[in-house]
Design a protein. Sequence first.
Length: 295
Amino acid sequence: MTATIIDGKAFAATIRARVAEEVARVKAAGVTPGLAVVLVGEDPASAVYVRNKGRQTLEAGMHSEEHRLDATASEAEVLDIVARLNADPAIHGILVQLPLPDHIDAGLVIDAIDPDKDVDGFHISNVGRLATGQKALVPCTPLGCLMMLRDHLGDLSGREAVVIGRSNIVGKPMAQLLLRDSATVTIAHSRTADLPAVVRRADIVVAAVGRPKMVTGDWIKPGATVIDVGINRVPNGEKNRLVGDCDFESCAAVAGAITPVPGGVGPMTIACLLANTVTACCRAHGLPEPEGLTA
Ligand SMILES: Nc1nc(=O)c2c([nH]1)NC[C@@H]1CN(c3ccc(C(=O)N[C@@H](CCC(=O)O)C(=O)O)cc3)C=[N+]21
């Protein structure tokens, strides 16, 4: 194995330490950043995420609250909670955990969140602000990926980046961020002709498709930087095991650097959620924004 392992877990800990410093600064100015998470029903895949998020929010010195609703809750009930959180001055960040049950229109709920409290960056106005280069709240997973890429590679300008996956949550905002850093960006997806050949051009590969071990070493240009966003649960004896969208062993034999799963992108996502909450708090109160924690 030749690739450098990009330790997202360790990097995320440094980001959280920076967030804690910023929280202390903001508190000294008389405000405590607050994050509210809304959960509808039980999604086992999200359980670890929710637990870690709540703990790390408190560890950073912020206010944290969880609003749990039954899986049978109506759309109106969810919209009502969002409206109350929008109006609550103690709350600077609102995250509605996805996926929502089928009977609730997720687009409607997301667009009901005050865009200035939308720490997921999923609201249509944050999507538009990012795409047009205005000040936005940026989705946490792509933001975490960008931080790791900048940390590892420095300047991204002129680099060939291939994003595999076109979701609104990862693929599209990732492409926007890479473009803003002047990379040459290709978005590949399930209909891309000769996907391996497209990926082989890339200096930067971001895999966000949700298919275990889909990307193999023969797709990777020697020395490329590989960011594996996939968090796939696959059966492993009695228990489940987490694997990424990349086949780690074969990719690591060719890549210059690669993120592991677990311990790569996942912890950075949570760190960026905390960072976005502090950023949103500073903007709401006209305080200087944290440096190095935004895109
Ligand atoms: N509105 C919304 N925003 C989200 O950002 C969002 C969401 N809904 N729904 C669920 C997914 C999932 N997600 C994860 C984040 C971090 C880890 C994470 O920290 N994973 C660790 C360990 C996980 C483990 O051990 O199971 C790792 O990869 O190392 C996992 C999953 C955010 N999501």
